[in-house]
Design a protein around this ligand. Structure first.
Ligand SMILES: CC(C)(COP(=O)(O)OP(=O)(O)OC[C@H]1O[C@@H](n2cnc3c(N)ncnc32)[C@H](O)[C@@H]1OP(=O)(O)O)[C@@H](O)C(=O)NCCC(=O)NCCS
Length: 189
């Protein structure tokens, strides 16, 4: 997919709406994406009242090339927030629209990770790989605080990863996983 200014804007707007209404992602299935709110989103991005939503905005914009005019300021703002809050999420990471970052501090995501739409990520998360083969994460996934997702596991749509889990194996769609190593607590009905 070509990543244009329109894509960046739509993704940023979807992220913004998630930060206004932080429901569990599974509750959003079938819900229409609310429109509007662009002015409030930009104001927040400039003053960083909600630094998680502001980070998402600059993350989306920083992926644009310098020639768009917004690329350079976005890269600078992204870097500032990244360093300030320890949010090591690179602009080129493939993350679907509707990202929600809860209590954004101390997040490390390998840049080759793929994350679907409407996902929640929380503080002190690592999605890592020593072999450049990080996880593939579906849509509407909730990842609790203090989670570590190791190497090339696949996490299905609507999965819930409980606080403090260390995920070393695939998690099926709709399952809830907890613990170290993560075990399946419940499966989708
Ligand atoms: C994963 C989670 C969603 C599961 O919730 P749930 O389905 O309601 O599960 P329950 O609370 O009924 O617990 C079921 C069992 O799993 C265990 N369990 C629940 N969450 C666990 C976790 N994160 N790690 C290890 N075990 C866990 C419980 O101790 C219980 O064990 P038992 O049957 O031996 O007593 C939830 O526990 C969780 O981790 N939520 C994140 C909360 C949080 O930190 N939010 C962020 C705020 S900033």
């Amino acid at each position: 997919m070509r990543y244009t200014l329109k894509t960046a804007w739509n993704y940023a707007l979807a992220d913004w709406h998630r930060h206004q209404h932080p429901a569990m992602p599974a509750d959003l299935i079938g819900q229409p994406t609310p429109g509007g709110g662009g002015a409030a989103m930009i104001l927040n991005a400039l003053v960083c009242r909600d630094h998680c939503a502001a980070f998402c905005f600059w993350l989306r914009m920083a992926r644009l090339p310098m020639s768009t005019g917004i690329g350079l300021p976005a890269k600078l703002m992204h870097r500032r927030l990244k360093n300030k809050y320890g949010l090591q999420i690179q602009p080129q990471t493939d993350i679907g629209p509707g990202l929600y970052i809860g209590h954004g501090i101390g997040i490390v995501i390998h840049p080759l990770t793929r994350i679907g739409a409407n996902c929640n990520i929380s503080q002190n998360l690592t999605i890592g790989s020593n072999r450049s083969t990080p996880a593939v994460i579906g849509d509407n996934v909730y990842i609790g605080p203090g989670v570590c997702i190791v190497e090339n596991v696949s996490i299905g749509d609507r999965a819930v990863i409980g606080a403090g889990a260390v995920v070393v194996k695939d998690i099926p769609a709709g399952a809830t996983a907890v613990g170290n190593p993560a075990r399946i607590l419940s499966r989708e009905r």
